[in-house]
Design a protein around this ligand. Structure first.
Ligand SMILES: Cc1cc2nc3c(=O)[nH]c(=O)nc-3n(C[C@H](O)[C@H](O)[C@H](O)COP(=O)(O)OP(=O)(O)OC[C@H]3O[C@@H](n4cnc5c(N)ncnc54)[C@H](O)[C@@H]3O)c2cc1C
Length: 408
């Protein structure tokens, strides 16, 4: 064997041995912790999980864990505000419509990821249906929603969902389906999540973490008396997980009234999906259409997808927003009665996108750290599905350590 190849093989071997050593040390440590926890459990002491992030992903994960009897601390630099003013986190700006993946802007790079997304989507559908029984308190409700497609293959739905018969082909739409879709009023819903968590004993901390989470995991666990950490930091996972695949997909929503004064009141949602693949170097991005009734008397109009754009300080004068407004009016002509003065607010948000899609897995280096981020334009849709899967991963660690450990 040539010398250089020998050297490479030797390095690989050393690397593997090093990894095995790390796993063995960790296995031993976790086995010890697990034993402690089992006896703790007997003494009615539930394990504690520290969640970084107070958006829809972090708060739903927190509630799911609390419902299962875990103790939870949520740490975030910003939380959703009970009043719809001030600087909002992404989870408040969401159109918050349940969408069947790949949906409007849920990009999926492979079939496996799409299949996983569908499971999360269906878990979310079931949960939001349940929450919609008590809309006033939860902010979740069901609304007839029509999804239009410009390419036939995209309208993939479970057979139970009804296909539309008539289509307006002038707009380039070739297919569509409609179904009762869950939606949430994000201001009410985020407060409901917060209240539920608080009532179940969640501890909330206002703080900001800097640097890689895996480097400070031990200190954080010690400080907050937690055994595991969830990283639900959305777009900031770029820094906290050192994940270069995370990037923003800027989106815009125009808030107008829906009180019947400028056009007949609209009670159903309409969306045109155009996104299959988009060009990431294109700063202008793509605009698609969504028209979402919100609350009793508002409409949220969108949308836009601009990759790698961080600036949230935009107004109606920004040409792509103006073009988006025109496009929405062209698609639904009764909206032509709305002028610039009728736009009550321009909401700009950064969807936490990730090449390779959502990251829901244990950290490869720090095994007590679980990542749950990169939900792009489907964070509300996936929030419950991901929380359920994440909590099952935690159950495996705490309830059946032998099985979990043997899989490493
Ligand atoms: C215009 C627009 C329309 C959308 N429409 C829909 C839709 O119709 N349906 C749908 O399902 N989704 C939609 N989305 C996507 C959805 O909003 C996101 O996927 C979702 O909000 C992501 O939630 P998150 O909890 O991961 O992130 P965030 O809401 O961004 O929350 C991240 C949390 O982490 C905290 N954090 C971050 N960094 C740190 C740090 N260093 N230290 C401490 N705390 C930190 C933040 O303070 C915050 O509390 C839309 C998004 C936009 C912008």
């Amino acid at each position: 064997m040539p010398r250089s190849r020998k050297k490479v093989n030797c390095e690989r071997l050393c690397f593997s041995v090093k990894r095995i050593k790390v796993y063995m040390t960790w296995n031993a440590k976790l086995k010890f912790e697990a034993k402690e926890l089992v006896s703790d459990n007997k003494a009615q002491k539930a394990p504690r999980v520290l969640i970084i992030g107070g958006g829809v992903v972090g708060m739903t994960s927190a509630l799911q864990l609390l419902n299962k009897g875990y103790k939870v601390t949520v740490l975030a630099k910003e939380y959703a505000s009970p009043v719809s003013s001030g600087k909002r986190i992404t989870s408040e700006i969401a159109g918050a419509l349940w969408e069947w993946p790949p949906a409007l802007c849920g990009r999926h790079t492979n079939e496996k990821s799409l299949e996983r997304a569908k499971v999360w989507g269906m878990d979310g559908y079931a949960k939001f249906m349940e929450l919609a029984m008590n809309s006033k308190e939860t902010g979740a409700f069901l609304r007839r929603s029509i999804f239009y497609f410009k390419d036939k293959g995209s309208a993939m739905m479970p057979n139970s969902l009804k296909k539309l018969g008539s289509l307006n082909t002038d707009t380039g739409v070739v297919d569509a389906y409609q179904h009762m879709a869950p939606m949430v009023d994000t201001v009410t819903y985020m407060q409901w999540l917060y209240k539920q968590c608080r009532e179940k004993g969640c501890h909330f901390v206002h703080d900001e973490i800097h640097g890689l989470l895996r480097d400070q995991a031990e200190d954080l666990k010690k400080k907050y008396k937690a055994q595991l950490i969830f990283n639900c930091s959305g777009l900031n996972a770029k820094e906290l997980a050192g994940d270069e695949d995370v990037y923003p997909l800027r989106g815009v929503i125009l808030k107008v009234r829906n009180d019947g004064s400028l056009m007949p009141k609209l009670n159903h949602s309409m969306c045109i999906s155009i996104i299959k693949e988009f060009d990431e170097s294109d700063k202008e991005g793509q605009s698609f259409v969504f028209i979402l009734p919100r609350g009793d008397d508002k409409l949220w109009l969108g949308g836009m997808v601009q990759p790698h754009q961080w600036d949230r300080d935009l107004t109606l004068d920004y040409p792509p927003i103006r073009r988006m407004f025109e496009k929405v009016k062209e698609f639904y002509p009764p909206l032509r009665n709305y002028g610039d003065d009728d736009v009550e607010e321009v909401l700009v948000g950064l969807r936490p996108a990730r090449h390779g899609n959502v990251r829901l897995e244990w950290d490869h280096v720090c095994p007590s750290l679980l990542h749950n981020y990169g939900h792009g334009g489907l964070g509300v849709t996936f929030s419950w599905g991901c929380a359920i899967e994440a909590s099952a991963m935690v159950d495996r660690v705490f309830k059946r350590p032998q099985i979990y450990l043997s899989k490493l």
